[in-house]
Design a protein around this ligand. Sequence first.
Ligand code: ATP
Length: 237
Amino acid sequence: MGVAEAVVIRDVMAGYGRRTVLHGLSARLPRAGVTAVVGPNGSGKSTLLGVLAGTVRPSRGGIEGGGAGRPGYVVQRDAVSDALPITVRGTVAMGRWALRGPWRRLTAHDWAVVDACLAMVGMSEQAERQLSALSGGQRQRVLLAQGLAQEPDLLLLDEPANGLDLDARRHISEAIDREKERGVTVVHVTHDLAMAMRAEHCLLLDRGRLLAEGPPGDVLSSETLNRAFHDPLGLAR
Ligand SMILES: Nc1ncnc2c1ncn2[C@@H]1O[C@H](COP(=O)(O)OP(=O)(O)OP(=O)(O)O)[C@@H](O)[C@H]1O
């Protein structure tokens, strides 16, 4: 994989205050491909997404070839206040404002994209409901639609299928596949081995270091998983 075909994470050291979480992590993410990031709780997966998103600034190293424009970053649903007085459609429209700038009027095309993204996650019928009135899983789907509506080159998803039912998981997997086909570089954090196996590339993190990188079938071998997890079955919680 040359530099042009990859987003390169080069020797990234990053953390919070004096606490270092990522200890000189280097990896390559295939462009227009899907990378799954796996590893035990607290190993630094979300922090790595934060570095890719630009919300966590590395104290050393950096990202090369992240693509044009702002990455689409879909955080875990617990990280979003559920008290915001906003509709489902309005929440997805925020993805378009992120693209256009907050004071621009959205065009008919913008609203068409918003509605298409709602359809992609199977939430069209809930469009006029308040976000706060939705279940956790439904809210997660709406946040994914918001990320898709940004039409980013780089789409970062933090545990997008966590706690979702089978139908919603299928929607998420299909949305990831569709984005990849459109040429988007997708990086998602997951504890779901089946979902990780669908990716082209996989990073296994352990205590802020890269334990393994490569095709998921190699990285997720029982031998490497045993090195990272005392209880490998805990991964598929
Ligand atoms: N905003 C923050 N401020 C201070 N410390 C943080 C912050 N976010 C995460 N950490 C710490 O950084 C370490 C790595 O956290 P991170 O969320 O990146 O791990 P993770 O691999 O995504 O975990 P999980 O699987 O539980 O989501 C943890 O020890 C956590 O306590």
